[in-house]
Write a protein that binds this ligand. Structure first.
Ligand code: FAD
Length: 438
């Protein structure tokens, strides 16, 4: 390398979005030198590792449908044709809904939009659900506690068979290893980027430049290992987007919220094993990723551990705030015991008396419309704001970031589908508001 401190591209953040971006940028720009930096000791250790890693194409907005459907198809392609096991299992997704919710305009519109986009789904009625999931309590008639807790009964199930779960570390490994085979530049881990460097464009070598009357752009990064220059800095810093963008006067329009998962083992507990191995939904003979009708509680089946990862997407009352802590002290057992468990055990009495054996917490990076932001401005390309679904959108987001780098008007997503490269930008945003957020 002629000048080790200057690169064509520096990517800050090696979560799933960062490593996927590194892969496409290097693949489509083979002569460019690309430095990937993360402050953690390895790739994919922040929110990517904390995720439930479930993937669904069942969104209400056509933008999220496209981003996720193409990403999921690429995930399938990696596993089946590129022979890289991601532990992708098509468990399906199951929304349990009361009649009131099911008949609500928003759900009807959601189904209509899925139909328009050829996203496959199936509706189950209460009796069918009851026979497929014997451990499900569908009726709260006369249950005063359930009434007090505002729990809606189960009347319908909305099921998507093309959805599933995977191992996010294996997905990160795929992109990173492929990137490393193409790149001459070794990624840097354990290196914190403390700021972005502003340069005058063109430079006039004046003391103190860039001045207010000069054109300026980001020309590199300051790090705990020294300063590095780059023509383009790609920011895939997820929930920490504002740390680097605020100081240069860019409003990332994203905010972070803490989200947790609790591990409940089913082995040796017959009622839980019966729930886990509810048949009829998929070839695995297990219950799908399931979202309860009330309080935002959901669970992911975990077949390797024979258990469940339980979470909650509560909306109002949870602060926009997230600080990364030690992965395992973050679950807050009282949140499970007082908030999640009472709801879960009402719908699935088999969970009664079961307690988590493990828990962790991470952050969702929300955008105002729950659609990612991918844009190019002043020497920066930023890709963040996937709003709790970055694993299932990463491939498409990375392809868009690469198209922006190459100055293309359209990004080609997996399967040849096209998307306007500027559609997810701050200024020329062309998206619908997403309503199906977990
Ligand atoms: C509990 C939970 C459940 C979830 N479930 C799902 C799910 O089922 N499906 C799904 O699709 N998504 C899910 N998500 C969301 C998903 O995890 C994220 O959307 C995704 O991981 C975002 O990837 P990312 O690369 O943007 O961010 P991250 O994985 O957080 O990566 C950002 C990286 O940037 C690095 N970084 C930040 N600032 C700096 C700096 N200044 N210097 C150096 N490095 C820096 C960080 O160290 C980090 O490694 C879940 C999230 C949580 C917390």
């Amino acid at each position: 390398m002629a000048n080790p401190e200057k690169f064509d591209i520096i990517i800050v953040g090696a979560g799933v979005v960062g490593v996927a971006s590194a892969y496409y940028l290097q693949k489509n720009n083979p002569d460019k030198s690309i430095l990937l930096i993360d402050r953690l000791p390895a790739a994919g250790q922040a929110n990517t590792a904390m995720s439930a890693a479930a993937v669904r194409n069942m969104f209400a907005s056509s933008t999220n449908q496209l981003l996720t459907d193409t990403t999921i198809k690429f995930i399938e392609h990696i596993q089946s044709e590129l022979d890289h096991d991601l532990m992708f299992e098509k468990t399906g997704y199951l929304w349990l809904l009361s009649e009131k919710k099911f008949k609500h305009d928003s759900v009807q519109m959601w189904m209509q939009r899925m139909k328009n986009s050829s996203i496959h789904y199936q509706v189950y009625e209460k009796d069918e659900l009851k026979s497929m999931i014997p451990g499900l309590n569908v009726d709260f008639e006369g249950d005063e506690e359930a009434e007090l807790m505002n729990l809606e009964q189960v009347d319908y199930g909305l099921f998507g068979a093309d959805c599933g779960v995977l191992d996010p570390t294996k997905l990160v490994e795929f992109y990173l290893e492929e990137f490393k085979t193409m790149s001459d530049v070794k990624p840097m881990f354990g290196v914190n980027v403390t700021g972005l460097t502003l340069v005058a464009d063109p430079p006039l070598d004046l003391p103190g430049e860039p001045h207010v009357w000069q054109n300026k752009r980001v020309g590199g990064v300051k790090t705990t290992e020294g300063d590095f220059k780059a023509d383009t800095v790609v920011l895939t810093t997820g929930t920490w987007a504002n740390e680097l963008l605020d100081p240069v006067g860019i409003d990332s329009r994203t905010k972070a919220k803490k989200r947790q998962l609790f591990v409940v083992h089913a082995e040796d507990k017959e009622p839980l094993m019966d729930i886990l191995f509810s048949r009829g939904f998929n070839d695995l003979g297990c219950i799908p990723f399931t979202i309860l009708p009330s309080a935002g509680v959901y669970f992911r089946p975990q077949l390797q551990e024979k258990g469940f990862w339980v979470g909650c997407g509560d909306k109002f009352g949870r602060a926009y705030h997230y600080v990364q802590q030690d992965s395992y002290d973050n679950g807050e057992s009282s949140y499970y015991e007082n908030s999640i468990y009472p709801v879960l055990s009402k719908y699935f009495p088999g969970f009664q008396d079961s307690r988590p054996v493990n828990s962790w917490g991470g952050g969702y990076c929300y955008s105002p419309d729950a659609i990612p932001l991918v844009y190019k401005t002043n020497g920066i390309i930023a890709a963040n704001g996937p709003s709790g679904s970055g694993i299932m959108k990463a491939d498409a987001m990375a392809r868009i970031a690469d198209a922006l780098y190459r100055g293309e008007t359209h990004a080609e997503l997996f399967g040849g589908k096209k998307m306007e490269a500027n559609a997810l930008s701050l200024q020329e945003r062309k998206v619908e508001i997403e309503s199906v957020i977990i």
